[in-house]
Design a binder for this molecule. Structure first.
Ligand code: NAP
Length: 339
């Protein structure tokens, strides 16, 4: 049994963390919930107990074994050293530590052994990286990958609770013939598509696009993986989609590729028996797996494969992956259980 802390327990990912810990019967001795001062003193019912939400103090993690942080980059930066000092383990959802050399970036189905080199902090990847690397991990067994091009279609919940509220509010305003209020995104998101997720870098790619590039390389241990991305926000609530083109150094063999994909743990091919059963955000919501469909040869090159991926960004893209990391930490005996 373990003492846990959830930082950001009231947020979009935090609420899912509670759901996943409960569903997977995580061995919990006791659990503390942290959020901002806006939520201090509120109670959250978890496993039939009303637990009071606290704000973070210097001593907050002294008796905690695992801290899940799903708050903000600033909060992750602040608590990282506090968790390390407390000799606890931080499983962090933010992007701040992901590319640090001493921080494992983990998808448990792919690189669980990377956990062994941890120094108190481990990160989950970005919610578009995780589904993509689950597929690329299987495909790299087919032949050398010479090019990956990905376009994403990302739900508003990827930007947190405030973004979900913004989409709902704008839809109401449109129905009432009012001017939609814009605050989270750079443009109106309702009835729109915005080719910008996160801020722009100097190379004209967005931060989200560069996260896909850099994080995929780190997780797959392929420093030179030739990959680029275009990330687009669309007005769906939950579930990120990716349209992907992969080129190999040899002609594709669809049956071999499908066999490899069907053996990748955590990945499900949706539409093998029925072409209309391709995955969508709505038919994969609240599911912990990554779904792939529309697998076909690229008409532009015999060495190319096209496909479509969908995953629940709040689950496999965040909470499920984080809890699986904690389970892997236990499995690999990187933490001492309490009685
Ligand atoms: N959403 C996704 O699909 C996704 C996927 C992968 C990773 N992530 C990462 O997960 C993290 C959380 O994302 P989210 O979508 O859940 O955001 P969110 O819905 O905006 O939730 C943010 C959480 O952080 C808490 N918080 C804010 N300021 C705080 C402070 N000063 N001290 C303690 N807690 C504070 C909030 O508490 P209050 O309720 O009191 O404001 C809330 O619980 C982010 O780092 C994000 O990048 C998100």
């Amino acid at each position: 049994m373990y003492n846990l802390a959830i930082v950001g327990a009231t947020g979009a990912v935090g609420k899912k963390l509670l759901q996943v810990l409960n569903e997977r019967n995580f061995p919990i001795r006791n659990i503390h919930f942290f959020a901002s001062s806006r939520s201090e003193g509120k109670t959250i019912n978890f496993q039939n107990k009303n637990i009071v939400v606290e704000t973070i103090k210097e001593s907050s993690f002294q008796d905690i074994d695992i801290v899940f942080c799903s708050a903000t980059n600033e909060i992750s930066k602040k608590i990282g050293p506090m968790v390390r000092n407390a000799k606890s383990i931080l499983i962090d959802d933010s992007s701040v530590f992901r590319m640090d050399d001493d921080v494992p970036l983990i998808v448990p189905e792919i690189n669980p052994e990377d956990i062994d080199g941890h120094t108190g902090i481990m990160s989950i990847p970005n919610c578009t990286t995780t589904p993509l690397v689950m597929v690329l991990n299987a495909l790299k067994e087919f032949a050398k990958i010479v090019k990956v091009n990905v376009s994403t279609y990302q739900a508003v919940s990827g930007a947190g609770s405030a973004a979900i509220n913004e989409l709902n509010k704008q839809l109401e305003e449109i129905v009432q013939n009012k001017k939609p209020t814009i605050s989270v995104f750079t443009h109106q998101i309702a009835l729109n598509a915005i080719p910008q997720v996160d801020i722009f870098e100097k190379n004209n790619y967005t931060k989200e696009e560069m996260k896909i590039v850099n994080e995929s390389r780190k997780i797959l241990h392929e420093d030179m993986l030739p990959i680029s991305a275009t990330c687009v926000r669309i007005p769906t609530a939950i579930g990120h989609c990716e349209s992907v083109s992969v080129e190999f150094d040899e002609d594709i063999d669809l049956s071999k590729i499908i066999d490899l994909l069907s053996h990748q743990s955590g990945l499900i091919i949706s539409d093998l028996d029925d072409i209309l059963k391709y995955p969508t955000p709505l038919n994969t919501e609240n599911d912990h797996n990554v779904y792939i469909g529309r697998i076909r040869e690229d008409l532009a090159t015999k060495k190319g494969l096209l496909f479509w991926i969908v995953a629940d960004n709040l689950l496999k893209g965040a909470a499920t992956n984080a809890v699986q990391i904690a389970e892997t930490v236990i499995l690999r005996k990187k933490i001492q259980a309490r009685i």
